[in-house]
Design a protein around this ligand. Structure first.
Ligand SMILES: NC(=O)C1=CN([C@@H]2O[C@H](COP(=O)(O)OP(=O)(O)OC[C@H]3O[C@@H](n4cnc5c(N)ncnc54)[C@H](O)[C@@H]3O)[C@@H](O)[C@H]2O)C=CC1
Ligand SMILES: O=P(O)(O)OC[C@H]1O[C@](O)(CO)[C@@H](O)[C@@H]1O
Length: 383
């Protein structure tokens, strides 16, 4: 069995690659980092180490790689693959879609065996978004055929894999915990047998629970930690005020999730506590600037901060904690993050009120807007 995986980075090698290998797949990574591509092709295997006291190591074998710029080579791999996955970042999906479309066209010409394409990104509806980009590049005839044989099942993926510099360029250290949930109803053909993947009929509760707990909580620690000048998530988790605000935020998102999906309150509380514990893992040093990266994306209406905050209004409570994190994200002025630079430039030129409307979509005059503005002005004075 052949899996083509887009993005041979930390999560690609350290999570998706490991599980696909254990399920018996040969993996062809697609990446634009030529050094990485060559290293994978030279060694054909790499090591995954668990960030825990025992430092358990796994060897992932039968791997090779192609450069994403070699579109014909990628298309040929996709044409014969049994599964395609991605972990490259939500903003990159539109750029890889034309090549995936090329691979699908070739596959259809060669008989059109069923294929599933799973975007393993931190976003709601990642595979569906990828599908719409791919379809924009397919002919009408190919679209009609693809409807029958190409599936784009949405997924939720959870494993913390920080930025890292190892002497061994392929080695990747990952937290022991992982969760990979895939929407079964969107799969075409046989369900891929991958140990560690949970198939569900309705992904929405799982992706919202994950995004609005792990990622909302992580972003909270990152943005508040950044404002305090703390370098990493584990350092920030030593600050009682940051922990208290993160707990408050996760109780707000938890109230939305419990009311919306009927999750058991006590089990959800245990889920929150488990996640907070993951953030304190002493064997992982995760930079606040990585976790807070891309604030334009993270402040957008459907993402981890604004979506639960606007949903809270439907349940008639004021999300003061979430307003604080949104404000902190608007103060994230890390110069090496192009999106942070953009937000700060916008605030400088047009003012914070316009920025709140522009980036979060929260309308002026609403309680949430006033809450964000008040928190912004308050946090700004503490800087
Ligand atoms: N790091 C994590 O803990 C988690 C990450 N994810 C998802 O995975 C994504 C990637 O995260 P990481 O692996 O940490 O990032 P990374 O930066 O380590 O890996 C991304 C890889 O994609 C490659 N890439 C970029 N543009 C490309 C293109 N056009 N074609 C082919 N390859 C391309 C890069 O060269 C890099 O090797 C995230 O944006 C997120 O959506 C999901 C869950 C956990
Ligand atoms: O990858 P993103 O969406 O920029 O956000 C970083 C988040 O992703 C993760 O890497 C994994 O879920 C978390 O560590 C963090 O919350």
């Amino acid at each position: 069995m052949l899996a083509v995986h887009y993005g041979a980075g930390n999560i690609g090698r350290g999570f998706i690659g490991q599980l696909l290998h254990q399920a018996g797949y040969e993996i062809c990574f697609v990446d634009v980092n030529q050094e990485l591509v060559e290293e994978i092709n030279n060694r054909k295997e790499y090591t995954v180490v668990l960030a825990a006291e025992e430092k358990t190591a796994f060897t992932v074998t039968s791997v090779r790689a192609v450069n994403g710029k070699d579109e014909d080579a990628v298309a040929r791999e996709i044409a014969k693959a049994d599964l395609v996955t991605t972990a490259i970042g939500p903003n990159i999906l539109k750029f890889i879609a034309p090549v995936i479309a090329k691979g699908i066209s070739l596959r259809l010409q060669q008989g059109g065996e069923p294929l599933n394409v799973i975007a393993c990104e931190n976003m709601i509806g990642g595979s569906s978004a990828l599908r719409s980009f791919v379809y924009a590049a397919l002919s009408d005839a190919d679209k009609a055929q693809a409807d029958k044989v190409i599936g784009f099942p949405d997924a939720a993926v959870d494993r913390i894999v920080p930025l890292q510099k190892n002497d061994d360029k392929l080695l990747v250290t990952v937290e022991p915990f992982y969760e990979w949930v895939v929407n079964k109803s969107q799969i075409v053909g046989a369900i891929p047998a991958i140990d560690g993947v949970t198939y569900v009929d309705d992904l929405k509760p799982f992706i919202e629970r994950k995004l609005f707990t792990v990622n909302t909580g992580h972003a909270t620690v990152a943005y508040l930690g950044y404002l305090q000048g703390l370098p990493s998530i584990d350092q920030a988790m030593k600050n009682p005020d940051i922990v208290a605000t993160t707990q408050k935020v996760l109780h707000e998102t938890g109230a939305v999730l419990v009311a919306k999906y009927g999750f058991d309150r006590e089990k959800h509380e245990a889920y929150i506590n488990k996640i907070l514990k993951r953030f304190t893992n002493p064997y992982i040093s995760d930079e606040v600037t990585r976790v807070g990266r891309s604030p334009v994306r993270k402040l957008s209406p459907a993402d981890r901060l604004v979506s639960p905050a606007t949903q809270a209004a439907a349940y008639e409570f004021e999300p003061v904690g979430l307003a604080t994190v949104i404000a902190a994200a608007l103060l994230f002025d890390y110069q090496e993050d192009p999106e942070a630079v953009e937000v700060q430039g916008f605030i400088r030129d047009k003012g914070i009120e316009k920025a709140i409307e522009h980036y979060t979509g929260v309308a002026a005059g609403t309680a949430l807007f006033s809450g964000i503005l008040a928190q912004y002005n308050q946090l700004k004075t503490t800087r």
